[in-house]
Every structure is written in C-alpha cells, then in structure tokens.
Design a protein around this ligand. Structure first.
Ligand code: 5RP
Length: 240
C-alpha cells in the first residue's frame, strides 16, 4: 500500500473532521511561538495549516524568521510574507512546529510520509522545543502501522532494501505521481519499510543509522517535547 493510501485510511472515518482536527492542532501550537524567534516550519498538510496561521500572525505584526523543512514549505511561507532564513545563517531554532505520521505514548514518532524526513530531522535536531501537531488518528500505542520511510542514496538503494528486508520488513521504493521514483529535496530516493509493530524502536533506529547508504530514517526518538493532538473539539497536550 502506498503512503498516500495509508494517509487516506488514517483519515477514512471522516476526512473533513480530520482536516478540522489538523487545523485545530496547528492553531493550538501558535502559543509556543514568541516574537523575535527563529521558527522551524514543518512539512505536510498539518504543518501547512500552521504556516498559514503563522502568516496571519506575521501580517498582524509578529516578527519571526522561519526555517522551512522543505522546498514546498519554503514556497508556502514566502507566498504568505513570512521571512525565511537558512541553517547557514542561523543554527539555533527556538521552536519548530511539524506534523507526524505516528506518535506513541513516549512521544516517539514516525515521520516522512510527506518525503521531507531528512531536512525535518536536521531542523528538529537544531531545535530547542519541537512541537508536533496532529489529528487524533496519529496517536498509536505502538509504532509501525505506518510504513517507516528510509531515505537512501540512489547508488545503494537495492543493497539497503535487501538489508532492510533481512531485518523482517516489506520494502517498497516510493514512487511519485509521475510514476517515477520519488526524489527528495536532497535528491535521494525513499524506501517505505513495513515492519509491522516496532517493539524496539531504539534498536531499529541504531541498525538503520549504522547501515551504509541510509541517509536518514523516519524514527524521531527523544526529539518531540510537546505533542498537540486534536480530538474533535478537544486539544490533548502531551509533554516529555
Ligand atoms: C513529512 C512529514 C509529515 O509531517 C507527516 O507525513 C504528516 O503529514 P500530514 O500532516 O499531512 O498528515 O513527516 O515528511
């Protein structure tokens, strides 16, 4: 199953409700952004809600600079008049607001359904307070229903796929809408790896970190400080 299909399944109960929840979670995250800060701008549909709401704040006088985690988030921010900067100019980010594909009770995440995991993890690693915004469907007891995205050097993709299969996963090269392999902003390919329930996320992260040819993977462990889930009209805030 493609990641788009899984995302559709996550929202299948009521897509309009899920969209409302994404917007509500994004709105709740605005309280974490303060005047004068450098703000990491996540990627995906929930992060896009945040960027749009942030644009309104900027038009009303909030002074921030954004560091986008993808080309599309950069374009969105610029179209809304949000000043953007880069990691070349600034290596300390006060707060980043981003989405996630899955969040477990320890606030471990699977990210990368939108294909931006590499820049997202780099920005998260430079961030004091990573705030995750999500609709209720993203909350899971155990990670792994959503296939784990692994960004790979193209030269090594078949070798990496074989090694990840040997760890017990079903592996699929992510395809783009043009029927060709999806290409990330850093010009790499992505393998979507279906492990089933991931009982030892730290161990799996270490194995992937040590695999030559793997550029980055979508397990974000020990990074999220706050998660804001919207469940209907209610916002549930979890902290680590
Ligand atoms: C992009 C991501 C997204 O944050 C994740 O896929 C969630 O997306 P959405 O908010 O559209 O459900 O990790 O790489």
């Amino acid at each position: 199953m493609a990641t788009d299909q899984i995302k559709n399944n996550q929202a299948k109960n009521d897509p309009a409700k899920s969209e409302q929840e994404k917007e509500a979670a994004a709105r709740a995250s605005l309280q974490f952004v303060k005047d004068g800060q450098v703000v990491g701008l996540g990627t995906g549909s929930t992060a896009a809600h945040f960027i749009k709401l942030l644009g309104e704040k900027v038009r009303n006088g909030l002074r921030i600079r954004g560091i986008p985690t993808s080309i599309r988030s950069r374009e969105l921010a610029l179209s809304l008049g949000i000043p953007v900067t880069t990691l070349d100019e600034c290596q300390e980010i006060a707060v980043t607001v981003d989405g996630a594909d899955e969040v477990d009770p320890q606030l471990r995440l699977i990210k990368g359904g939108g294909g931006a995991l590499l820049r997202e993890k780099i920005v998260a690693s430079a961030t004091k307070q990573l705030v995750i915004v999500a609709d209720a469907s993203k909350q899971v007891p155990v990670l792994g229903k959503f296939p784990l995205p692994v960004e790979v050097i193209r030269f090594a993709q078949a070798l990496v796929a074989k090694r990840i299969r040997a760890l017990g996963a079903e592996v699929q090269l992510r395809m783009g809408p043009d029927g060709k392999p999806y290409v990330s902003d850093e010009n790499n390919h992505i393998l979507d790896c279906r492990f089933g329930q991931i009982s030892n996320a730290e161990g799996l992260a270490r194995q992937l970190d040590e695999m030559p040819g793997v550029v980055e993977h979508g397990l974000f462990i020990g990074m999220a400080k706050v998660v804001l889930f919207a469940r209907g009209n209610e916002i549930v805030e979890l902290r680590r």
